[in-house]
Every structure is written in C-alpha cells, then in structure tokens.
Design a protein around this ligand. Structure first.
Ligand code: PLP
Length: 371
C-alpha cells in the first residue's frame, strides 16, 4: 500500500468490543492473565508493551519499510538507546554537523564508554580512513541540522556493508514520507517524532525502525522495555492521530518550503539559502535521487552578523521565534545563540521551519522583516 493508505490504516491493530473505527486510548498499566497464567490480550504490563504503542510502532515500521519499530519518550532517548546497545569501547563515525543534542550526548554521557569521530560525510573518500577495528556504527543525518547538508544514503550504506558496520540514519528532517533510508541500505532509521511525525508542537517522542531483527535490535528492544523511557499511551495516540495526515502535511511543507526558498534566494538582504530543493544546493543531485520532495526546513544567511539576524527573528509577526521544527506553525530562530558559545554555526544564520500557513502571508512577513 501507498503511504497515504498506510498512515491511516496501519495503526488499527486492536479493536475495542464497541467496534470503534479508530483505536481507543488504553490507559491500563496492567493486563489480565487467563487461567493458565497466559496473556490472551497480547500485553502484560504497559512499560513492556501496550496497545497504543504497538499501533504506533507498527505504523512507523510500515511507513519506513522496516521490520519493527521501537517508540521512545523523545528523539534523544531513541538515539541514546542505540548508542547504549553498542558494546562498550565501540567506535562511532558521526557527521561533523550531527544534531547538537546527540553530539552533546556522546561527548558527555558516552565520553568514557564509546569512541567517536565527527567527520564530513559528504566527503566519501575520507570516510573510509576513519574506520578502525572497533568501529561499529556509521551514524548519518540527512538533511542535516542546521546546514541542510545532504548525505548520500546508498553510498554510505555500501561502505558500511563492505566493512560490516551498522548504518543508522537520523531522518527527522525528511519524515518517513520524503525518504526511506532502509530502501537505500540503512540498517536503522531514527526520527524525533516531536517534529514532523507529531507535527503540531504538542508531543515529545522518538522512534527507531529496523530493517531486520538481529542481536543489536534485541538489545535495543531490551533497553526500551527494561530501561523504560517509553511514550505514554496518550502520547502514542496523539502521534498516531498526527500520522494520518503526515503525507498531506509533508506535501504542504514541501510546497511552501520550495516557494519560500526561491523567494529568499533572490532577496537582496540574503547572502545564502540552504535548501536541498534549490539547484544551487551543493548536494541537490543527491537530494533529488533519494528524496521525493524537500520538506519545510531551510537555513539562510542574512547580510551582516548576529545583530542583523536577530533583528529579522525579532521583527517577523507570523513566524514564531522558537526552537524545534516540523509543526503546522512556522518557526524561526537564530541558531548560534541556541547552541551556545562553542557552536560552529555562523552568527548570521537563521533556521526556518516552514509551516502550513498560506505562502503569500509567509513571504510578505519575512520580506517586511528583512527590509
Ligand atoms: C529534535 C531532533 C532530535 C532530538 O529529538 P527530541 O525529540 O528533541 O529529543 C534529533 N535529531 C534531530 C535531527 C532533531 O531535529
């Protein structure tokens, strides 16, 4: 089935006795045993599994063409669970512009148990020189945050396979509707479901989807169930409700994103626009090959420095000045000041999450703020 159909129908594994058309919210933390001591309802205790989480995991596994999914209470926990599942002493290759929350995680929580190198993954030649005997994982993120760099998923997965390494892809900026890394050879796909999957800036969550069930996946499942950083049944219900409109929302985000990027690229006050849909984007050809459209995330460099960039984010009226992304409302932020003093993000960079408002209103708003 196509994504639009899967998004609506995959997550209806459990039907209530009242014949509801959609699954109800099951808040029970524990489930009845039968006379033989078994669990005929398929669930034991809601940290281990519950109907709403199973619905959510099934839907995301289907949308990403994977075998199974594990849902977590945040995107950061999803990534952390994969890092935790690696053998201590393992080496990870990750992008130099890795999502800063993960970079921080590796450098603080995993500083003494894992080794890592942050490398430019758009340079395939140099990648192999970083592979060591204890390398276990190549982590990619595409498009990346906040520079919207695009990494060639098939090319990296071929290198990972050649060296017997796991390849995982943070696909948050693309959502399961714009690219499917498992089809291109990824072993594991990660999303912050706080972003496009949730889509309404009102629920936190993370997801891992696996291409196959193997020892690493069993370890991740164990961390999910025994560690217990799981989303509540209500969070799962909200995410599943959101997913039903995800394919259509992504069309709107992509359409608005493309139009705004084209407008900004020719604006006198704008020095550069980073958007994978633009022909001027350095990896546009790779983006075209692996994405069906280009989403609503972009960064721009305004002429001037931090002061000029801050003026723009303070002058817009429709865009909300806030971090995060992927919601129906457009967000704008001066990224360097969020990331702190040791950031490499340019001081005149503004990150934009284009929402689903009318494009004419968005263009008028940003135009008055830039002028
Ligand atoms: C937000 C984000 C995360 C972390 O997800 P949380 O839900 O905030 O924990 C990871 N990767 C990317 C690309 C993100 O944008």
């Amino acid at each position: 089935m196509k994504p639009e159909t899967l998004a609506i129908h995959s997550g209806n594994l459990f039907k209530a006795s009242t014949n509801d058309v959609t699954s109800p919210i099951n808040l029970s933390t524990t489930f009845l045993r039968n006379e033989e001591g078994g669990y005929s309802g398929g669930h034991i205790y809601s940290r281990v599994s519950n109907p709403n989480r199973s619905n959510l995991e099934k839907t995301l596994a289907d949308l990403e063409h994977g075998e199974e999914a594990c849902a977590f209470s945040s995107g950061n926990t999803a990534g952390m669970s994969l890092f935790q599942a690696l053998k201590p002493g393992s080496h990870i290759i990750a992008p130099d512009d890795m999502y800063w929350g993960f970079k921080k995680q590796l450098m603080s929580i995993f500083a003494s148990t894992l080794e890592f190198d942050f490398v430019d993954l758009t340079n395939l030649e140099s990648l192999e020189s970083f592979i060591k005997d204890n390398t276990a994982l190549i982590w990619i993120e595409t498009p990346s945050n906040p520079l919207l760099k695009v990494t060639d998923i098939s090319a990296i997965s071929a290198i990972a396979k050649k060296h017997n390494l796991v390849m995982a892809c943070d696909s948050t900026f693309a959502s399961p509707c714009l690219q499917n890394p498992i089809d291109l050879g990824a072993d594991i796909v990660m999303h912050s479901s706080t972003k496009y999957i949730g889509g309404h800036s009102d629920v936190l969550g993370g997801i891992l989807i696996t291409a196959k069930i193997d020892d690493l996946w069993e370890a991740i499942r164990n961390i999910q169930q025994i560690g217990g950083a799981v989303p509540s049944p209500f969070d799962c219900f909200l995410l599943l409700r959101s997913i039903k409109t995800l394919p259509y929302r992504m069309r709107g985000h992509s359409e608005n994103g493309m139009a705004l990027a084209i407008f900004l690229e020719q604006h006198q006050q704008v020095e550069a626009v980073y958007y994978p849909g633009l022909v001027s984007h350095p990896q546009h050809e790779i983006a075209k090959k692996q994405m069906s459209s280009f989403g609503g995330m972009m960064s721009i460099l305004v002429k001037g420095g931090a002061q000029e960039a801050r003026k723009v984010v303070n002058t817009v009226k429709i865009f909300a000045q806030a971090t995060s992304l992927g919601g129906v409302e457009s967000l704008i932020e001066h990224r360097a000041s969020v990331e702190g003093p040791d950031t490499k993000t340019p001081q005149n960079l503004i990150r934009i999450s284009v929402g689903l408002e009318h494009i004419d209103d968005l263009i008028e708003d940003i135009n008055q703020a830039l002028s």
